[in-house]
Write a protein that binds this ligand. Structure first.
Ligand SMILES: [Zn+2]
Length: 60
């Protein structure tokens, strides 16, 4: 299983239009593997955009 830390240091993205009202809004469920993805960490977003991938091991 690929670890989150294997993808390198955190890449934090800024949300357009300011911060969302709830921290829960930072997360969405991946359509392919079903894992919750943190939108604020572009490593996770990019990983889950791949056509073929498995859930990340969240070690970071
Ligand atoms: Zn996924």
């Amino acid at each position: 299983m690929t670890k989150l830390s294997d993808l390198g240091p955190p890449i934090t993205g800024k949300r357009h239009g300011g911060q969302p009202p709830s921290p829960r809004d930072h997360f969405y469920k991946c359509r392919r593997c079903g894992q919750l993805v943190d939108r604020q960490d572009l490593r996770q977003v990019i990983w889950h955009e791949q056509p073929e991938h498995e859930p990340l091991e969240m070690d970071a």
